[in-house]
Design a protein around this ligand. Sequence first.
Ligand SMILES: *Cc1c(COP(=O)(O)O)cnc(C)c1O
Length: 339
Amino acid sequence: MPNIDWKNLSFGYTKTKYNVRTYFRDGKWGALEASSEETINLHMAATALHYGQEAFEGLKVFRGKDGAIRVFRWEENAKRLQRSAEAIMMEPVPSELFKKAMVKVVKMNEEYIPPYGTGSSLYLRPLLIGSGAQVGVKPANEYLFMIFVTPVGPYFKEGFKPVDMELVRDFDRAAPQGTGNVKVGGNYAASLKATMRAHDEGYAASIFLDSKTKTYIDEAGPANFFGIKEGKYITPESSSILPSITNMSLRVLAKDMGLTVEQRHVRADELDTFDEVGACGTAAVISPIKRIHDRDTDKNYLYCKDGNAGPISTKLYESLQGIQMGEIDDTHNWNMIIE
Ligand SMILES: *Cc1c(COP(=O)(O)O)cnc(C)c1O
């Protein structure tokens, strides 16, 4: 066993034994190779470096109460990577290849899967880049698909803790007909300045509005937004939001709990009317929000007035985590067990 303090891991990079790689060359995917190198050899004219041909995924593997190794809804990640690839003209990775690479890298790093009960998990980072050289603006004809893994701690060290976020209008993350709905690195580059300013000002993330009208809530930093009121789970509909698999799952669990699910435009001035609001994504599952500060009007929207996450957010969080850890019946067949 590696010498890792499982209970005090951060959400950061820890070296493991192997990563897996395969190249698309001459019109076909080559052999899947395991490597213990943390670096890649890349042509200086690779399109990933110049024209942003880069997409990634993020998913988690859990060691369950019963000892089994579970991966959550990987097919959705595989499909999303295919959509991202198509959006920026890269070679899509077939789901079967994605699965093969995932199973191989998890098995080869089995000793890095955190034990049950530590709150930690193994984070998988699949990466697809244009590795072929081009100087003119066109897609590469060679691609590298790789997956590396790293054990990560719970996103919130103190547990499920409400955070503050900041509503901004002076930055856009994505354009309505741009690449906001796919998981490409360029969206992150575009949001870094707003994100770092939010951190400097004491916020967990900035909440972006739709860039065309600045009226509707788009994304909550690198996560989807949701609000709860009147027995409803409400999440924004927008062409520039990345379809979160966590959000997709929470919508199903919300319905299971008897809530009505609405996916529609959410005006920023509707923030006043929610009982609970949160951000959702693989890293934290749910980040409950206790305050949203509007940077332009200085208005504060306050939630979690007793300091704790709301009851519905808590129940949703516990249900999703329970399924991932194998503590609750996986009635929707979301987990795949890796043997
Ligand atoms: C990855 C990501 C999310 C969360 O998606 P999950 O599938 O739930 O992890 C939300 N927003 C953005 C911009 C993302 O890149």
